[in-house]
Design a protein around this ligand. Sequence first.
Ligand code: NAI
Length: 333
Amino acid sequence: MNKVHNITLINGDGIGPEISDAVVKIIEASGLKINWDLQTAGEDVIEKEGVPLPQRVLNSIRKNQIALKAPVTTPIGKGFRSVNVQLRKELDLYANLRPCKNLPNVKTRFDNVDIVVVRENTEDLYAGIERQVDANTAESIKIITRSATERICKFAFDYAVKNNRKEVCVVTKANIMKLSDGLFLDTYRSIAENYPQIKPREILVDNLCMQLVQKPEQFDVLVLPNLYGDIVSDLCAGLIGGLGIAQGANIGENCAVFEPVHGSAPDIKGQNKANPAALLLSAIEMLKYIGENLYAQKIENALFYTLKSGKCTADLGGTLGTKEFADEIITNL
Ligand code: NAI
């Protein structure tokens, strides 16, 4: 008998519940048994529980160690911290993983993109250390530590080995920020020595951006400090067709949270218009992560087959609603 996995499901708000329902139905139809621990979070729970990320959600993820998360709205001007930022911090999800690969029938400028962006998620200019020096001067501190860099580089190389990748390219601006980016580069070099089977490569971030929009097919796995990683991962999502299909994951030593890149899309909430593919691709990556490669492959095949047939949601040029797209994928399983 198959193992039953316990997985936290944060169904989010906005379009979150619609796309979560679709994805849960598809996974169920694949035959894989998952015991979903449904945890609500976001705007809709503030009224009842006072905060958008109640402690019970964190407890559930800590217990199950794996979560699938739909988008959550960050209320503007209500004084709440973003649920996403808080989750990453509380659970020390230090690696942001964004596989960016062309999908069948999704038209883009390039048809041979297969890049995995590994972004350091905890420090750099995002450590939040800022001060107003005087009325006309503000200062942000860029923090790079050897320990955080070691673990993100190790993560990138381990991912490359596990997923039969050939190269891990480090991205910095070490020619200008000789100490901080220099430390990132130096640490990368010492980690790379432990992985002789993976080709090392070094590139400056400005050159990378130019190369990405000219010849993206030359890149394999990229590892970057937080700020460059944030920008470059959106650039790569754009290369493959944008938000409706951009998947992601935030991974730590003890827990991993898989989620699409897009937000809660309040403009199409409750209209059966949202594309569930980005959440489904995140779930497929999650299944690979927990070792359910056969089910991951089966669902991916059904999704790709459905996309090839042109039956999809309007954002990808189709005419189907969220539910009908999910039903089509299920038929193709
Ligand atoms: P958004 O990604 O929600 O929407 C941008 C545009 O893309 C909208 O026109 C929307 O309709 C469309 N879109 C997004 N996902 C789609 C899908 N699956 N299918 C079809 N169309 C889709 O970005 P926006 O409007 O800036 O953010 C809305 C809320 O989401 C904000 O409160 C923001 O803080 C939050 N957010 C949450 C994230 C998360 O939970 N990881 C990530 C990004 C934003």
